[in-house]
Ligand binder design. Structure first.
Ligand code: NAD
Length: 261
């Protein structure tokens, strides 16, 4: 089966993994709704460049997904723009690093709102359309931190474990509706989210960014290589393919051996 003409919404797709996923879907002829923050002119340039490169429709809606009503508006506008929705990739996410006793409550609330509640709200808004079409793919970008923990990331680890749980519930509910629901659990992917952590580590330790990049990998990943956003995109394309029809409710690691330990 070809994905040509399918309609996708990828949250947080102005950067990093979400952009890699959006590009991979476009390369298969999928029409994509982008979302995320950034300079409006830069986003418009990105959108136009994707239309030119892949010869598919690419739309963009600027929604802050920490707001429940904005998640609903985004899903509704993807459905209205494309006349339906076949693929939902819940990807937008942020990180904050601090010991629990100092962890700011606002950061906890923001991470739970974006990394967890927006995933629930996105699925909730998209499921009726996918069920009525009899075909759908929901892919939640969780993390290795959806399966194992690290210190100082309490909100992120809690949210990502919960995303894996919510993915399983949705998979069970939709098992016979033609809609699969899976979670991708990447290890380290070199994106702005991780670059900021590396820069902070270098600043605190008085070391270089290169040194801290290697240290970051060495601490967690047996394979001392970053996963690319394009690889995560290819995994999303596979999960949308016929070969993955009976794959559902699965946390799928792409983590250089991080969680094999
Ligand atoms: P990134 O910072 O490069 O991209 C995050 C995207 O989310 C951007 O488009 C940003 O504009 C958007 N965004 C941020 N706040 C938003 C909000 N309130 N509303 C709407 N959009 C918002 O980060 P990334 O590394 O590409 O992360 C993408 C996802 O992958 C996240 O869920 C993250 O937890 C997960 N992840 C990343 C890694 C990694 O190593 N980079 C590993 C595992 C999981």
């Amino acid at each position: 089966m070809s994905l040509k003409g399918k309609r996708a919404l990828v949250t947080g797709s102005t950067s990093g993994i979400g952009l890699g996923v959006a590009r991979a879907l476009c390369s298969q002829g999928v029409r994509v709704m982008l979302n995320g923050f950034g300079d409006p002119d830069e986003i418009e340039r990105l959108r136009k460049a994707m239309i030119e490169e892949f010869a598919v429709d690419v739309a963009y809606v600027d929604a802050d997904l920490t707001e429940a009503t904005e998640v609903e508006r985004l899903v509704r506008s993807a459905i209205e723009t494309f006349g339906g929705l076949d693929i939902l990739v819940n990807n937008a996410g942020v990180q904050f690093v601090s010991p629990i006793e100092d962890f700011p409550i606002e950061q906890w609330n923001k991470i739970i709102a974006l990394n967890l509640s927006a995933v629930f709200l996105g699925m909730r808004a998209a499921i009726p359309t996918m069920k009525s079409q009899g075909w759908g793919r929901i892919i939640n970008i969780a993390s290795a931190h959806g399966l194992v923990a690290s210190p100082h990331k309490v909100a992120y680890v809690a949210a990502k474990h919960a995303v894996v749980g919510a993915t399983k519930v949705a998979a069970l509910e939709l098992a016979n509706d033609g809609v699969t629901v899976n979670a991708i659990c990447p290890g380290w992917v070199l994106t702005p989210l991780v670059e900021h952590q590396i820069e902070d580590r270098a600043r605190v330790a008085g070391t270089s960014v290169n040194y801290e990049s290697e240290e970051l990998l060495r601490e967690k990943q047996p394979m001392l290589t970053f996963t690319s956003p394009a690889s995560v995109g290819s995994l999303v394309v596979f999960l949308c393919s016929d070969a993955a029809t009976t794959m559902t409710g699965a946390p799928i690691s792409i983590d250089g051996g991080w969680t094999a330990q």
